[in-house]
Design a protein around this ligand. Structure first.
Ligand code: ARE
Ligand code: CA
Length: 667
């Protein structure tokens, strides 16, 4: 039995239609080597329903078996069994295997589709305060307000790294700055901009939302000034916060919202999309619902907040543990114990639920027309798992009713399958089935720890085992839109990880983040990112060579004028390939080789075929690549587009002819 020839998946190459609706006939195809097997069985839901598949057609290399099913209302899962003489093997999301547990089966969720524009789209994540300052008049000024034990601070030296009191340090980046750089972003090959939170909030990260209804004027437009800033050293939190008027004046909020609507229209005019960060598990302790009077009395529009009055209309939005502690009742839950991030209490507040559903619809609707949400700590929302799932079902419906093409993308660590069954999220930020395996294969850093683990470093078998397992937790239409990142605002920058020193230093930053970095390994990572199924997502500045340990160091400013131009060119070349080669956006994925510091895989879709080899050893070697598994025959040629190595890269084209089903590559 030729196991390497066996293949099927959930892409349009092997399942049509790939995202069926209730009542649709679906054609399933299964590939074997030519004249190699006796029977192929289709097995539905465990083994309740087994059917022999018909051989429908053949080409020079393969036979194709077909089976038609009719999809009902219910979700279904299926796998295949291949028999040759006394040999039997199963085929599921793990590939050819004897382990045919139902959790590894192919799945169909009738009516579940993910946005086509997001499949294989290239995304660019922007932490607004640090990307580009296009409008100095909206900058947070020194001592403008008081935030977590300190007065906020304006950093005038754009290239200075963040300090310890980072949350209250502002560099002045804003939406005008992003607008000014849209040519740059577009030339990089970006299809989608993902913004870290941009609603009103006192911190630079804005995960502590003050008002979900408006864009922060410090990122938007300030038309009304706020009077005198604080005297430095003022320690009265409640008094000091009065000066937040620049963030809360109606004129500034309206002008900023209108500016944002124009911004999104411009991004759309250029054929790109915008995704916003939705932080709905918790808000910020400065939220208008907690202390509205304090925040809004100078702008005139407020209701008593839940923090100061038991009679507040927002009382039920939070869960207070002491009922007799007003005013200033801070006995609420904070996300993971952070008092600045009070957890929202949906179960006891239908009004809160309605408010957030309205917010979910508002920003994906005119005049804003945003293209979707990234959902912060989505699994934590609510106080029970039943409620959590129900909330996300309702949220999905609300968003898709308002804007059927919007994406619902959750931040999630761990098994996401119960949210990805078709009725809740479209997909996730892809840590488990992308960032982690790529990181440990290329750098040896182990998942969720600071130790370097030499066993995982360079082990191709473990790389594919982990990838296959985690990819099987989501249906392929979720995988095609998964946010595949190498770095982001919660993790060290990938370039810094290539020095493999994280486990060996005790204090972050004890060594310069740029010390000993390996550009060749970083380029390999980008190569995998741009050729792996999913939506390759570049964290602003990675493409320009920015380094950094985990936060706040990973939020350094974009180095305008000091970019690593060669790295930018490399990214452009890779995004260009990603756009040009159809198989990279929607194609099937087939593992070809796994060895010590070696992985090779292919993507294929109709006539479009692409093979990728990653030799992570310091020395060159001969690689025999079995490209027949991608459907290439003897005499066909493959053209090499790219070779990356430690000291540079080369785009020289070399042709390789297929002989005996293989190409021989020295690299
Ligand atoms: C701030 C400081 C940190 C400090 C922390 C605690 O910046 O240096 O360690 O306070 O005092 C936002 C801000 C953060 C801020 C945080 C709290 O962006 O800068 O931290 O608020 O004020 C886990 C969660 C994951 C979460 C990360 C941060 O599972 O959901 O931790 N990510 C989201 C956002 C964050 C945001 C919040 C949540 C809160 O993306 O930016 O933080 O709204 C392993 C673990 C993961 C862990 C991950 C990262 O992989 O398995 O569970 O993620 O590491 O730490
Ligand atoms: Ca600014």
């Amino acid at each position: 039995l030729n196991r390497e020839a066996l293949f099927t998946d959930e892409t349009e190459n092997f399942r049509f239609p790939t995202e069926p609706l209730e009542g649709d006939d679906v054609y399933l195809r299964f590939r074997t080597a030519r004249d190699n097997v006796d029977y192929v069985y289709y097995i539905e839901d465990g083994s309740r329903n087994e059917a022999i598949m018909e051989r429908s057609d053949s080409d020079g290399l393969f036979d194709y078996y077909e089976h038609k099913i009719t999809v009902g209302r219910e979700r279904l899962s299926y796998s295949f069994k291949v028999v040759k003489g006394s040999e039997t093997c199963y085929y599921n999301r793990l590939g050819a295997t004897m382990d045919n547990q139902e959790c590894f089966h192919f799945r169909i969720a009738p009516g579940f589709s993910t946005p086509d524009w997001a499949k294989g789209a290239i995304m660019y994540q922007i932490y607004v305060d640090r990307f580009c300052n296009g409008d100095p008049s909206n900058d947070v000024v020194d001592n403008e307000y008081f935030y977590i034990d300190q007065n906020v601070m304006h950093v005038s030296d754009w290239s200075k790294y963040p300090s310890q009191m980072d949350v209250g340090c502002f560099y002045g980046g804003d939406l005008q700055g992003v607008w000014d750089k849209l040519d740059y972003i577009q030339n990089l090959g970006v299809d989608v901009i993902y913004f870290n939170p941009i609603f009103v909030s006192p911190s630079n990260h804005k995960y502590d939302c003050q008002d979900y209804d408006h864009i922060d004027p410090h990122y938007g437009v300030i038309v009304k000034d706020g009077g005198e800033p604080l005297k430095s050293g003022s320690a009265d939190n409640r008094q000091a916060t009065k000066y937040m008027i620049r963030s809360t004046a109606k004129e500034n909020l309206e002008a900023s919202d209108a500016f944002f609507a124009r911004f999104v229209a411009e991004v759309h005019r250029r054929g790109m999309k915008v995704i916003l960060d939705g932080v709905f598990n918790h808000c910020g302790s400065f939220n208008k619902w907690l202390d509205g009077e304090l925040l809004y009395q100078m702008s005139g529009d407020y209701e008593a907040g839940a923090y100061v009055s038991e009679d507040s209309p927002y009382h039920t939005f939070f869960k207070f543990y002491k009922d007799d502690a007003w005013p200033c009742n801070d006995s609420y839950d904070g996300w993971w114990g952070h008092s600045t991030l009070p957890k929202l209490n949906y179960e006891e507040s239908p009004k809160l639920y309605e408010y957030i559903m309205k917010i979910a619809r508002k920003w994906v609707s005119p005049p804003y027309n945003v293209d979707g949400w990234r959902l912060d700590v989505a699994a934590d929302l609510g106080h029970s798992s039943e409620y959590n799932h129900q909330f996300w079902r309702d949220f999905r419906n609300a968003v898709k009713e308002a804007n059927p093409k919007a994406i619902v993308l959750a931040e999630h660590y761990g098994d996401p399958s119960s949210w990805l069954a078709g009725d809740q999220w479209d997909t996730v930020m892809n840590y488990d089935a992308f960032m982690e395996p790529v990181t440990w294969f290329l750098t040896g850093m182990e998942k969720h720890s600071d130790e370097s683990n030499p066993n995982l470093y360079g082990d191709g078998e473990s790389f594919f085992r982990s990838m296959n397992y985690h990819m099987s937790r989501m249906m392929t239409n979720s995988m095609m839109v998964a946010m595949n990142e190498l770095s982001n605002h919660d993790h060290s920058r990938f370039l810094t990880r290539t020095n493999r020193m994280v486990g060996r230093i005790s204090t972050k930053g004890a060594k310069a983040a740029s010390e000993g970095v390996n550009y060749g390994v970083f380029r390999e990572a980008v190569l995998i990112q741009m050729t792996w199924p999913g939506a390759p997502t570049i964290y602003y500045g990675d493409e320009a060579g920015v380094c950094g340990w985990t936060d706040p160091d990973n939020r350094r400013t974009y180095p305008w004028g000091n970019e690593n131009l060669e790295l930018i060119e490399f990214h452009k070349y890779m995004t260009g390939l990603h756009h040009r080669i159809a198989a990279l956006r929607r194609g099937s994925l087939k593992q070809l080789l796994a060895g010590r510091q070696l992985i090779a895989y292919g993507r294929f879709c109709g006539d479009s075929v692409c093979a990728v080899i990653v030799n992570n050893r310091a020395t060159e070697r001969d690689v025999q690549l079995p490209v027949w598994q991608l459907g290439l025959s003897d005499g066909d040629t493959l053209v090499r587009h790219m070779l990356t190595y430690e000291t540079g890269y080369n785009v020289g084209r070399i042709s390789y002819e297929v002989a005996d089903g293989q190409v021989s590559v020295f690299m």
